[in-house]
Design a protein. Structure first.
Ligand SMILES: Nc1ncnc2c1ncn2[C@@H]1O[C@H](COP(=O)(O)OP(=O)(O)OP(=O)(O)O)[C@@H](O)[C@H]1O
Length: 303
C-alpha cells in the first residue's frame, strides 16, 4: 500500500505538486493520470525518496521508503528508461543491480525472458530502441520480485504488441497481490489496464475513483436525430423534457431522452426520421473535460 498525504513540492515559484493525497492499494492496478507537467514524475520520485517533499508525507507499507530499507526486494520502479549506461550490455546492467541489492543471479535471466529481451541481453544498451529500453527498465523493476511496483510512462516507445504485453504484465502483477502504480498522460492507455485512477492536474488531485466510476462521467450520451421535419420535432422534444440543438442542416443533437423514446415520440406524431444514433462520450473525452482547466501545456509539449 502506498499512501500519499498532503504532499507538496515547490521548485522556486513552480508548485509541481500541491497538497496531494491518495492511496494505492495492493491487488489492483492504479493508473496515475494527468496532462504533461501535472506532477506525476515528481510525485513518484517523492514516493521513492528520491526528491524531498516541501511538505507532506509519502509512505510505502506504512514507512517512508529509502533506498537503504530493502531496495529492490521491496519496491521496483521504472522512472527514466534512458537512465542506463549506454556502453553496458543489458545483462551487465541487471547484473550490477542484482549485485548491489544482494539478488540471486538467476533473476537476471528470468527477468530478461519475462520482458522479451533474452536474445538481446548481451547487446549494448546504447544500441537499444526506446521500446527495448522500456523493457529493460521494466526488467530492472521486476528484478527483486518486489510487492510494490511503480512505472512512470512505461508505454512510451512500445509497439502495439509491447503495449498489449505490458498491460497483461501489470494485470498479472496486481492479480498476484502486488501494489502497482502506473503513470500515463493518455486515458486510452489506462482504460484497459487500470482498476482505479488517480487523476492529477497542475499538481492537484482532480479525481480518485474506480475506472467504472470514471466511465460514468463519460456516460452522458446524446442522440443524433436526422429528420426533414426538425421544426415539428423540437417543441415535442422540449415538452418531453429533452434539449434539442441544431446539428447541421437536417439534424438535431438531443440530450435528456434516450434514442428509443425519441423514436417513439417521432412515430406517434408521424414525423419522418432518417437517422437515430446514440453517442457516448469516450473515457478520453471525459478525461479531457475533467483536466481541461488543469492542463498547463495545452498547445505545446513540455519536453
Ligand atoms: N527539478 C525541477 N526543477 C524545476 N522544476 C521542476 C523540476 N522537476 C519538475 N519541475 C516542474 O514541476 C512540474 C511537474 O513536473 P513533472 O515532471 O512531475 O510532471 P509530469 O506529470 O510527470 O509530466 P510529464 O507527463 O510531462 O512527464 C512541471 O511544471 C515541471 O516543469
Amino acid at each position: 500500500m502506498i499512501e500519499v498525504n498532503r504532499l507538496t513540492k515547490r521548485y522556486g515559484d513552480v508548485v509541481a505538486v500541491s497538497n496531494l493525497s491518495f492511496t494505492v492499494p495492493p491487488g489492483l492496478v492504479t493508473g496515475f493520470l494527468g496532462p504533461n507537467g501535472a506532477g506525476k514524475s515528481t510525485t513518484m520520485r517523492m514516493i521513492l525518496g528520491l526528491n524531498r517533499p516541501t511538505s507532506g508525507t509519502a509512505t510505502i507499507d506504512g514507512r517512508p521508503f529509502t533506498a537503504r530499507q530493502a531496495g529492490l526486494h521491496h519496491v521496483g520502479a521504472l522512472l527514466d528508461a534512458g537512465d542506463v549506461h549506454p556502453g553496458r550490455s543489458a545483462r551487465a546492467h541487471l547484473s550490477a543491480l542484482a549485485h548491489t541489492n544482494g539478488l540471486p543471479r538467476r533473476r537476471i535471466h528470468e527477468v530478461l525472458e519475462e520482458v522479451g529481451l533474452a536474445d538481446a541481453g548481451h547487446r549494448r544498451v546504447g544500441g537499444f530502441s526506446l521500446g527495448m529500453r522500456q523493457r529493460l527498465g521494466i526488467a530492472a523493476a521486476l528484478l527483486g520480485d518486489p510487492p510494490v511496483l511503480l512505472f512512470d510512462e512505461p508505454v512510451n516507445g512500445l509497439d502495439p504488441e509491447g503495449v498489449r504485453w505490458v498491460r497483461g504484465l501489470f494485470r498479472r502483477l496486481a492479480a498476484e497481490g502486488r501494489t502497482v502504480l502506473v503513470s500515463s498522460h493518455l486515458m486510452s492507455e489506462m482504460q484497459n489496464t487500470a482498476d482505479r485512477l488517480v487523476v492529477v492536474g497542475r499538481g492537484e488531485l482532480i479525481a480518485e475513483e474506480t475506472v467504472t466510476e470514471f466511465a460514468a462521467r463519460g456516460a452522458r450520451a446524446h442522440v443524433t436525430v436526422r429528420t426533414p421535419q426538425a421544426a415539428l420535432l423540437v417543441p415535442l422534444l422540449a415538452a418531453a423534457g429533452a434539449t434539442a440543438t441544431p446539428d447541421g442542416a437536417d439534424a438535431l443533437a438531443v440530450t435528456g431522452l434516450p434514442a428509443a423514446q425519441v423514436g417513439e415520440l417521432a412515430c406517434r406524431h408521424h414525423i419522418v426520421v432518417h437517422e437515430l444514433t446514440t453517442h457516448h462520450a469516450s473515457l478520453e473525452e471525459a478525461f479531457m473535460e475533467l483536466t481541461a482547466h488543469h492542463a498547463q501545456y495545452s498547445a505545446q509539449e513540455t519536453r
